[in-house]
Design a protein around this ligand. Structure first.
Ligand code: NDP
Length: 456
């Protein structure tokens, strides 16, 4: 049995039955059978189940938000935001899936025709993260299902109750049990999924696990997509309209969901002309955050989901201060039960420090002064990751010059830490391979078949 604990008070929430290597094989067998019929259905019929699922999620939002908060420590208001926000994927599929999955016919010369057919991959593995289980889950399993695949969905052990609640609602919405299965367990069952025969692997999680998956499954010669971590930079130019507004937005980008977002602002560079003013406003904003019980609607900073992260953050603080950084706020975990780490601001940082180089994935930020755009570009690019990069500035041309230099899947001008289904979500370098969302995100779950024919 797997015990699920509440990370904010360490109480046992539930013990649930994990999958074994044998039950995984049984589920895979079922999914293989089910996929054959599922693929034959019209896209509109498959979509109908997804739309119904979307309705059921909204009807059950109070229970779902409570479950999500209880097992991850996410502040309740942010759980509601996530569940409501993720619905835009359902709407996006409703408006586009039939168009994207339709055959494309090309008329050639002298009675010849060609056609691109978008066939499903088959049975796909969806190994997922706990930090935004609705967003990152929907990005894979909703799109995969609409495209005609069956899905083995492994939520993280830290979001397993949410994964099971989602599974229940998918079944209620009409998705057959032999088309979608939740695989319950930790990395051990994840590993067993790598050894099983899936026709595609879609992973959201850390770079080390992603790399391991890539190495393990590459001999299978099936599509592998990896949505991994980041060390996303934000540069505040000296021409921002209001430094205070920039500071408030930057703080939200860094501390929303306790910094546990793949596209959280992980490091900030500020032009020296506005540096002092920016830091003052930033500090004032973060000092105002309500920290505490995630169930309270007033809470902005809840507990971290994983206990192990406390050590990583403490290490980053100690490393930075030992190399000359100034600790403006926080710096350690909070006394008492639960995985609480104080929102932490470090200034006088540089790229010798872990906090500016390694993913923090927590409520901690380094703010570095820069003298000009060239220096900012060089520092922003000094990373092995490539998920997002942002600039706050008034002059569009100047901002775009910086953004053009970024080797990242996403760039932001005067916004940050956001994902939209209309555009692809992808990382470069250690932030991953492949894309979800947009038309690319549905085609990712298909394989093209080229059909040539001649009228006789
Ligand atoms: P992990 O890599 O630790 O885990 C991700 C998933 O992989 C979990 O379901 C985990 O299981 C499972 N897993 C662990 N070991 C194995 C294995 N040997 N074989 C197969 N599966 C395995 O990541 P986190 O859960 O800690 O997620 C945080 C990371 O995810 C951050 O780096 C973050 O930036 C990134 N992320 C990226 C996103 C993107 O879109 N680019 C979006 C969201 C997060 P279990 O948890 O049960 O142990």
């Amino acid at each position: 049995m797997m015990n699920i604990y509440n990370p904010s008070n360490e109480q046992l929430l539930k013990s649930i039955q994990e999958d074994s290597a044998q039950s995984l094989q049984d589920k895979l067998h079922q999914l293989r059978q089910g996929q054959i019929q599922w693929e034959q259905k019209a896209v509109a019929d498959r979509l109908e189940c997804i739309l119904k699922f979307g309705e059921l999620v909204q009807e059950n939002i109070d229970d779902l938000a409570r479950i999500l908060t209880s097992e991850t420590g996410k502040p309740i208001q942010q759980s509601y935001n996530e569940i409501r926000g993720a619905h835009n994927r359902v709407e996006h599929l409703k408006n586009n899936a039939e168009k994207w999955l339709a055959d494309n016919v090309i008329e050639g010369l002298e009675g010849t025709y060609e056609k691109i057919m978008h066939e499903p991959l088959g049975v796909v593995a969806n190994i997922s993260a706990w930090n935004f289980p609705y967003n990152v889950g929907y990005n894979v399993f909703l799109y995969a299902l609409v495209a005609g695949n069956s899905v083995a969905y492994k939520p993280s052990e830290f979001a397993a109750l949410t994964g099971l609640a989602i599974t229940d609602l998918l079944y209620k919405a009409g998705i057959p049990k032999d088309v979608f299965q939740c695989i319950v367990g930790d990395g051990t069952i994840g590993q067993a999924m790598l050894e099983a025969d899936f026709e595609g692997y879609f992973f959201t999680g850390s770079y080390p696990t992603g790399l391991h998956i890539l190495k393990e499954v590459s001999p299978k010669m099936v599509p592998v997509q990896l949505e991994l971590g980041g060390k996303d930079p934000l540069y505040i130019m000296d021409d921002v309209k209001e430094v205070k507004v920039a500071a408030i937005n930057a703080a939200e980008g860094a501390f929303y969901n306790n910094g546990q977002s793949c596209c959280a602002v992980e490091r900030i560079y500020v032009h020296e002309k506005i540096y002092n003013e920016f830091v003052e406003y930033f500090l004032e904003e973060v000092e105002g955050y309500v920290i505490g019980d995630p169930v309270s609607e007033k809470t902005f900073i809840g507990s971290l989901t994983r206990k192990g992260q406390l050590n990583l953050l403490r290490n980053q603080v100690n490393d930075a201060t030992s190399k000359g950084a100034k600790l403006l706020l926080g710096g350690d975990e909070l006394a008492g039960k639960g995985n609480f780490f104080a929102p932490t601001i470090l200034t006088e940082v540089n790229h010798e420090m872990l906090v500016m180089k390694e993913e923090s994935f927590g409520p901690i930020i380094g703010i570095q002064k820069v003298n000009n755009d060239e220096e900012a570009i060089a520092l922003m690019k000094d990373t092995e990751y490539g998920l997002t990069a942002a600039v706050f500035a008034t002059a569009q041309q100047r901002a775009e010059k910086v953004l053009k230099a970024m080797n990242t899947g996403t760039v932001y001008w005067n916004c940050c830490d956001r994902v939209s289904p209309n555009v692809p979500w992808s990382g470069r370098n250690k932030s991953g391979v492949g894309a979800t969302l947009s038309s690319q995100g549905i085609r990712a779950f298909t394989q093209p078949k080229a059909y040539h024919w001649r009228e006789v």
